[in-house]
Ligand binder design. Structure first.
Ligand SMILES: [Zn+2]
Length: 400
């Protein structure tokens, strides 16, 4: 039994901090939370937090757990034996990131690893995985950022052309154990702008979402611009990733699109920090960061559901630290710090269909907890001042 006493608890649901609180963890779960009560006898560890803040562990809704700049490591044939995501999981846990949605990684490795984490065989954030990414043959990301690498094509992509039997491909992913289906609507050629790359047609996108739902899986769609957003929304995507890519020119979210997003309860995962990190004022691509801050502000004000995702570990976007950068960006867009915290905890848990298990400091929830020094509800940068991280009831980071 682990007892954390004299804490301020931010529950992840948006309630004001609960002061003088004690949180009791037994095994992997929170078993009690209360104010001014005597710790039960028989606790193994009692920690006096002296007024520090307890939050739910953070959830990142858009991660490439195997990295993306070194996506082809190691080579085909020995991936599963040698690749255990060790640097990603230690960085994640160091920064209080206790659950991730993999938005594209090698399969079936990511599914095997997820299952092993669930069996308690690794110290790792929990993983919800989308497996191979469905894209147009010749398009993004394989033939733009991944240099047409054959290992990546075989292990991490589904390449769609006129011959592709989408039902068979999606069924295969589902049989392998995917939690989500991920597809791309993308035209921006990041390496040879402005020549566009082939993209999935509107019909194909609609078919993918329909098939995902037929097999009981939610569907996430990468988009480059607001025209793509509308297509993804009309197709019935469950989450839409990025809002705009660097280089996008259609960047105005109009009221009818907002209405559609609200009506269909679609989550937008804007990955703002990753866009900021990739803008190059000296390059030839239109800059979108300032516009993105303004447009995401509009979504927030209108009440569109916002997921918090980073797109780590693409270059310049480190896993773990990235979630704190994204929280700051959302506050720049006009979210209150408390709303940003809620979005990255219980909000993301809902997006990931795990709202009964993670994302809240609440009795019977998994004890995935972060302790920070100052009050992040008044200053969001406090989420970075991490004293303790508890994953599944175990202390995995201790800076006290
Ligand atoms: Zn991504």
């Amino acid at each position: 039994m682990l007892i954390l006493k004299n804490a301020n608890v931010i529950d992840g649901a948006g309630s004001p901090p609960l002061s003088n609180a004690t949180v009791i963890v037994n095994g992997c779960r929170i078993v009690d939370i209360g104010v001014d009560f005597d710790p039960p006898i028989g606790a193994d560890i009692i920690i006096d937090l002296k007024g520090k803040y307890i939050l739910p562990g953070f959830i990142d809704a858009h991660v490439h757990f195997g990295g993306a700049d070194t996506f082809d490591y190691p080579g085909v044939g020995n991936r599963h034996e040698t690749y255990d995501y060790s640097s990603a999981r230690s960085e994640a846990l160091k920064w209080g990131l206790t659950s991730i949605r993999s938005a594209g990684d090698y399969t079936p490795e990511i599914f095997h690893f997820r299952d092993e984490v669930n069996e308690g065989r690794h110290i790792s954030p929990r993983i919800i995985a989308a497996g191979r990414m469905i894209q147009a043959r010749g398009g993004h990301p394989l033939d733009t950022v991944f240099g047409s690498n054959e290992n990546i094509a075989a292990g991490a992509c589904v390449l769609v052309d006129e011959q592709t039997d989408l039902d068979a491909e999606i069924k295969k992913l589902v049989d392998e154990g995917t939690d989500w289906i991920k597809a791309f609507i993308s035209e921006v050629n990041k390496l040879n702008y402005p020549a566009p790359v082939p993209r999935l047609s509107t019909e194909r996108v609609a078919q993918i979402v329909k098939l995902a739902h037929k097999y009981g899986k939610p569907c996430m769609i990468h988009v480059d611009n607001t025209r793509h957003m509308r297509e993804a929304a009309e197709a019935g995507a469950d989450s839409i990733e990025h809002v705009f890519a660097v280089g996008a020119t259609e960047t105005e979210i109009d009221d009818s699109l907002i209405e559609l997003l609200i009506k269909k309860q679609i989550y937008i995962v804007p990955t703002i920090f990753s866009i900021k990190a990739h803008e190059n004022p000296e390059g030839n691509m239109p800059l979108v960061y300032e516009k993105l801050i303004q447009q995401v502000g509009k979504l927030i004000q209108s009440g569109v559901k916002i997921g918090v995702g980073t797109d780590s570990s693409i270059p310049f976007v480190p896993i773990g630290r990235g979630i704190h950068e994204e929280l700051s960006e959302l506050v720049k867009c006009g979210m209150t710090p408390m709303d940003a915290i809620t979005a990255a905890t219980s909000g993301n848990a809902k997006l990931l269909r795990k709202e009964n298990e993670i994302g809240l400091v609440r009795k019977d929830y998994f004890a995935d907890l972060v302790v920070v020094d100052g009050n992040p509800a008044s200053d969001i940068s406090q989420t970075k001042n991490i004293d303790l991280v508890i994953m599944n009831g175990r202390i995995v980071t201790d800076n006290i």
